[in-house]
Design a protein around this ligand. Structure first.
Ligand code: AN0
Ligand code: CP
Length: 314
């Protein structure tokens, strides 16, 4: 593993998954790997889980971690190549990333999409600059289009709870009041469409089709009830439209995940990456039910990050 930005970077997912389960069973057993090492974490957007689980993951490995909230804590960064910097920006991303690489052995970076310029977002213009200027391995803490540490934690969660060898996993769109990125569903599809013991189905209203690059031929079912039939796992997430880029096309409350839909599943477990708007995306009853995996899933963010840092530091 050189960098960790997508499913493709994970190599053989079965090997990585087994390593994560091994690390989870013995979280402090790899401290020789992180000894005298530093994990740097830079955030261009807010975070609760990614920030704290990455710090905890570094500590578990015996490494130190620092966090920089770009813009808020540092100089205002210029992204444009060749810019004449006589305006508001104070430091070029080229210099900032090269300098931060001097202060760590792995660099985690969170960027976010514009949701207005699809080409720029899907070309990962900002993240690719960071990959170009970093001189240490880079881990995506969520880019403009993907959130691989989340999907890896989701895979760990399904693997350790699955009731049968084969399981049906359904990714469902759900309503939200703001236009959100496609990162989490893109990434979930990027990973789960590849898992050979998962029957993967995506359900959403018309117009919410994700980029085929990530759905990779997964079954799409426009009837949410039909999709939920027999499901072992329901993974809810809102996203804005990829086709009508960044737009909210529907706020149909009947897509909110409630006990009514969960009753159609095979005693289905509920998952969400969090943060979640309660009683907009999913009802309290589902989130607080014994079948809700949301806290275990968030807990597994430590082990997805720890496994990836382990691979990059070892
Ligand atoms: C973000 C998103 O939808 O991508 C972060 C999720 C991990 N969520 C919100 O902005 C609410
Ligand atoms: N799930 C997730 O990445 O949460 P944060 O945005 O709080 O890091």
């Amino acid at each position: 593993m050189k960098n960790f930005t997508s499913f493709a970077d994970a190599g053989d997912y079965k090997v990585l998954l087994n390593k994560a389960l091994e690390i989870k069973a013995n979280p402090y057993g790899y401290q020789h790997v992180g000894k005298n090492k530093t994990v740097g974490l830079i955030f261009f957007n807010p975070s609760l889980r990614t920030r704290l689980s990455s710090v905890k993951a570094a500590y578990n490995l015996g490494a130190q971690a620092w966090v920089l909230n770009a813009g808020a804590d540092s100089w205002t960064l210029e992204m444009a190549d060749g810019a004449v910097m006589n305006g508001g920006t104070q430091e070029h991303i080229k210099d900032a990333i090269a300098v931060m690489s001097q202060y760590c052995d792995v660099l985690g970076v969170r960027t976010f999409p514009t949701l207005t310029n699809r080409e720029e977002d899907y070309d990962e213009v900002v993240f690719n600059k960071i990959l170009r200027y970093a001189t240490v391995p880079v881990v995506s803490l969520e880019s403009a289009t993907l959130h691989p540490l989340q999907s890896f934690a989701d895979l760990i969660t399904v693997a350790e709870t699955k009731p049968t060898d084969r399981v049906k996993v359904v990714l469902t769109w759900a309503p939200h009041v703001r236009a959100l990125p496609q990162c989490v569903p893109n990434s979930f599809a990027d990973w789960f469409s590849e898992v050979d013991w998962v029957d993967f189905v995506i359900t959403h209203p018309q117009g919410y089709e994700l980029d085929k690059r990530f759905t990779k031929g997964a079954r799409i079912e426009y009837d949410q009830s039909k999709a939920f039939e027999g499901a072992d796992y329901i993974y809810a997430k809102n996203w804005s439209s990829y086709r009508d880029y960044g737009q909210i096309l529907s706020s149909n409350p009947s897509w909110m995940v409630d006990e009514r839909q969960m009753a159609l599943t095979n005693n289905g477990r509920f998952m969400h990456c969090l943060p979640v708007r309660r009683n907009v995306v999913v009802s309290d009853a589902v989130l607080d039910s014994p079948n809700s995996l949301i806290i275990q899933e968030a807990g597994n963010r430590v082990f997805s990050a720890q496994t990836v840092f382990h691979e990059l530091l070892k």
